[in-house]
Every structure is written in structure tokens, then in C-alpha cells.
Write a protein that binds this ligand. Structure first.
Ligand code: NAD
Length: 268
């Protein structure tokens, strides 16, 4: 487990925007950057509530309402950040939704909503926040993709397609924005314990058994925590990763690296 709170001050003075930062992976990213000394603007539909639960409070956290499916909302968010902070150093496109539906049941509206949050949102956020990165030192965009942009679970046509799109958008932005000094990378998390998939596990009669079974899919022997993703996002946004752009970094405990083998032939 990643227990490093990142309290090293390396993001001091940085203005960091995290979409979907009210809970889950986004909240861990917010807390990580704040612990590193950054000023973090959470852009989320919902109020994150208590912004200072820890004693560290090294950096600063604030919430500005944002709906990434709505271009006007994004425009107003960008104007607010520009007025209050004067610029942006790091944009983390994390807000996401997961639709679990059979092809026959998925409507155009279902498909469009997933795309609007997961893929059009990052595009529009980049469109309106990149101008705020002009003149900043080592600006960076980090998109949250998924291992479902690399493989797919059943009933996830829109989700998997949106995440593959996020990976493509990441490469395209890296190429387009590189000459302006802006790097763009993606993190592809594996199974991370958040509300997004907790319901899926909770519906099984024996939750502990379900979590233990999930752990066996991972060479490291456990599912992921939001802090595991936050640590990689922090690295990609830092000048330490200054020659890294256009990459999709998988954070999945080795799950995608393990080739399947029939139980009858397995030594495990
Ligand atoms: N949890 C996992 O196992 C996992 C795995 C791979 C990728 N991801 C990705 O990580 C990201 C975060 O997922 P999570 O598990 O923390 O999910 P979550 O459901 O716990 O949190 C998602 C956040 O996004 C916000 N949000 C949703 N729609 C929004 C909108 N239109 N505008 C602004 N904010 C909006 C929600 O209010 C919420 O705070 C998502 O992009 C998700 O696809 C998660």
C-alpha cells in the first residue's frame, strides 16, 4: 500500500485543478497535492464537504462547482480559476462515470452521457485551461484512463470506449502541446476500492470473499487504493517526469501483465 502522504513540499506554489475531486481517486489526488504544498481547486458536481480532515493541511484545498458535461460550466470554472489564481500549473482530468449495461439496453442517451463525462470533459477542460498554463513553469495534464482502455469487462461498451478515447486524447495532446512546453500523460488504474465499483462488490453475499477473490487476480496480492493512483499522478505532474509525455502508465498491481492460464495447468 502507498502510505507516503507526499509531504515533501515539492508542489508548493503550484495551482492544481482536479475534476471529480470530491471523493474516491480524485479526493486522494487532491489530498496528495495539498500535502505537497499545492493550492488545489476541486472541480466537481458535488460539494466535497470537509476540506481539511487531516492535520497536515500544508497546501490549500477549495471547491468550485463544475459539470464537465457542460461547456458553459467549464468556461465559468476556467474564468473563476483565472480570476482567483491567475493561472494553472496542473490539470488532472479525473471525473468519470461507469455505465454497466448490455448493448441491447444501452440507449443513445446512456452512451452520450458516458462520453460527455469521460471523454468530451477532458477535451473541453484542456481546451479552456491550457490557455491558463501559458508562461507557467513545467505545466502538465494528467488524464485518468483505465485498464478498460486496454482491455474490457463485459457490459462496459461505452465505458471501455471512452477510456480508450482518453488514452488516444492523451497522446494527441502530448504531441500538440509539447512545443508549448505542456506535457500530457494518462494513468490507467486497475481495480481501485472506491464508490465506483464498491456497489459491485457489495452485492455479493460475502464481501470479504469477493475482495479476497479479486486480490488473487493481482500479482501483488491486493486490490488498489486511491492513494496508489495519486502517487503516480503526482510523479507525472512533477518536473521529475519532465521527459515523459504521451504515456499511459498502468497502475494495476500487475493484473494486466499476468497471462491467463487454465486452472488445471496452474502451479498456484
Ligand atoms: N475505481 C476504479 O477501480 C477505477 C479504475 C479505473 C479508472 N477509474 C477512473 O478513475 C476516475 C475516478 O473514479 P472513482 O473510482 O474515484 O469514482 P467515484 O465515483 O468515486 O468519483 C467520481 C467523482 O466524479 C464526479 N463527477 C461525476 N460526474 C461529474 C461531472 N459531470 N462533472 C464533474 N464531476 C463529476 C463525482 O461527483 C465524483 O466526485 C474515473 O475517471 C474512473 O473512470 C476508476
Amino acid at each position: 500500500m502507498n502510505d507516503d502522504p507526499g509531504g515533501n513540499g515539492r508542489a508548493t506554489g503550484r495551482i492544481v485543478v482536479v475534476t471529480g475531486g470530491a471523493q474516491g481517486i480524485g479526493r486522494a489526488i487532491v489530498d496528495r497535492f495539498a500535502a505537497e504544498g499545492a493550492t488545489v481547486v476541486i472541480g466537481d458536481l458535488t460539494d466535497p464537504g470537509n476540506l481539511f480532515p487531516e492535520s497536515d493541511a500544508a497546501g490549500h484545498r477549495e471547491w468550485t462547482p463544475l459539470d464537465v458535461t457542460n461547456e458553459i460550466s467549464i468556461l465559468e470554472f476556467a474564468e473563476s480559476v483565472a480570476a482567483v489564481h491567475g493561472g494553472v500549473d496542473v490539470l488532472v482530468n479525473n471525473a468519470g462515470v461507469m455505465d454497466t449495461r448490455a448493448l441491447a439496453d444501452e440507449t443513445v442517451a446512456d452512451w452520450d452521457l458516458t462520453m460527455a463525462v469521460n471523454l468530451r470533459g477532458p477535451f473541453l477542460m484542456a481546451k479552456y485551461l491550457v490557455p491558463l498554463m501559458e508562461g507557467r513553469s513545467d505545466p502538465a495534464i494528467v488524464n485518468i484512463g483505465s485498464i478498460e482502455g486496454l482491455g474490457a469487462n463485459t457490459l462496459h461498451s461505452s465505458y471501455a470506449a471512452s477510456k480508450a478515447g482518453v488514452h488516444g486524447l492523451t497522446r494527441a495532446l502530448a504531441v500538440e502541446l509539447g512545443p508549448a512546453g505542456i506535457r500530457c500523460n494518462a494513468v490507467a488504474p486497475g481495480w481501485i476500492d472506491t464508490e465506483l465499483n464498491r456497489g459491485y462488490v457489495d452485492k455479493h453475499p460475502n464481501r470479504e470473499q469477493a475482495v479476497a477473490d479479486l486480490a488473487t487476480l493481482h500479482p501483488v496480492g491486493r486490490i488498489g487504493e486511491p492513494a496508489d493512483v495519486a502517487a503516480t499522478v503526482s510523479w507525472l505532474a512533477n518536473p521529475d517526469a519532465g521527459f515523459v509525455t504521451g504515456q499511459v502508465v498502468t497502475v494495476d498491481g500487475g493484473r494486466m501483465s499476468r497471462l491467463p492460464i487454465p486452472a488445471s495447468l496452474s502451479d498456484d
